[in-house]
Design a protein around this ligand. Structure first.
Ligand SMILES: Cc1ncc(C[n+]2csc(CCOP(=O)(O)OP(=O)(O)O)c2C)c(N)n1
Ligand code: SF4
Length: 317
């Protein structure tokens, strides 16, 4: 396994150029940061399956590609099947002795947006993890179906305005809570599951390395700020992501073998969630007096979840 040493940001950010800067993602899109953080964490050969979505559409406009790796574009729903199929074939060919370079380290990775992961690809992902394939699934969680116009997904948080969960006279936006995919994947007994964020780049790189090193199916949910649908200035991606991690809207933690939970980042000063919400147009309507209760509910649920994570960490169950 050729893990990159992680010293400082400058060195890390220029470590590897396997994902080219020339792509069509919106300026300020966090998807590309996350991909680069994965690729810079390792020198191993990567076989990447990308579900349809912003990442795929914006990085592989035929005849161009941003990917200097083996890369499979697969349907919106089955990146996990493609990665696990490639992994199974690789193992079979290794067994039969038909690989050109059987000792070269190869890692299998799937990328999907939250629409692909939490909703449409859910059963394919569940199946691949249950079968125990040796691959890492990375969800680029921008909390909406960005590529097709910002529809709500089961990852969209309560209170967010989306094109299919609109805020207005009779509604405060999405009514249902965000699905807890990290808990669901941990419940599959996956050996390594984590929630990470690109602003905490060292933690993210180490999490990716752990997932790549761990034999068996690993799942990582990464918060991916979407300037277009979250409605913030493209220059503020990292600021918004700092607010996401420091309000604990996106707590950073890992779960090993479905039980051992470790919190990987504890903000020195926890910021009230209002600041995170106020920085994004998709939550603008929550600041009307009649919607104040939604902000209070979001804050209450954050506090409860943080308490729960800390207790689980202590109890190691
Ligand atoms: C089975 C199927 N249904 C719908 C679509 C249309 N479609 C393409 S991308 C996409 C949304 C992708 O959303 P997400 O996975 O969250 O990724 P994002 O674009 O937000 O990164 C949809 C609905 C499709 N390609 N295949
Ligand atoms: S719409 Fe959002 S996720 Fe898609 S490329 Fe733009 S910023 Fe990225």
């Amino acid at each position: 396994m050729a893990l990159q040493s992680i010293k400082n940001l400058k060195e890390f950010s220029t470590a590897n150029e396997r994902f080219e800067g020339a792509h069509l993602l919106c300026p300020g899109c966090a998807h590309s940061m996350i991909v680069r953080e994965l690729m810079n964490a390792t020198d191993d050969n990567l076989v990447i399956a990308s579900a349809t979505g912003c990442l795929e559409v914006c990085t592989a406009v035929y005849p161009y590609t941003s990917w200097d790796t083996s890369w499979i574009h697969i349907g919106f729903e089955n990146a996990a099947s493609a990665a696990s199929g490639a992994e199974a074939m690789y193992k079979a060919r290794k067994r039969k002795g038909t690989l050109k370079d059987p000792d070269a380290p190869v890692k299998f990775v799937a990328f999907g947006g939250d629409g692909a992961t939490y909703d449409i690809g859910f059963q394919w992902l569940s199946g691949a993890v249950e079968r125990g394939h040796d691959f890492t699934y990375i969800c680029l969680d921008n909390e909406n179906y960005a590529n097709t116009g910002g529809q709500r997904s089961s990852s969209t948080p309560i209170g967010a305005h989306t094109s299919t969960a609109q805020a207005g006279r009779v509604s405060y936006g999405k009514k249902q809570k965000k699905k807890d995919m990290v808990a669901i994947m941990a419940a599959h007994g996956a050996p390594y599951v984590a929630q990470l964020a690109p602003n905490k780049w060292k933690i993210m790189a180490k999490g990716f390395q752990k997932a790549l090193e761990t034999e068996g199916p690993c799942f990582i949910n990464t918060v991916s700020a979407c300037t277009t649908e979250w409605k913030f200035n493209p220059k503020d991606t990292i600021h918004i992501t700092d607010l996401a991690t420091d309000t604990l809207m996106f707590p950073i933690y890992e779960i090993i073998n479905g039980t051992e939970l470790n919190i990987l980042y504890r903000p020195k000063n926890v910021i009230p969630v209002e600041e995170y919400l106020a920085a994004q147009g998709r939550y603008k309507h929550l600041f009307k007096p009649e919607n104040r209760h939604v902000i209070d509910r979001i804050q209450k649920e954050i506090n409860e979840k943080w308490e729960y994570l800390q207790r689980r960490e202590e109890a190691k169950v």
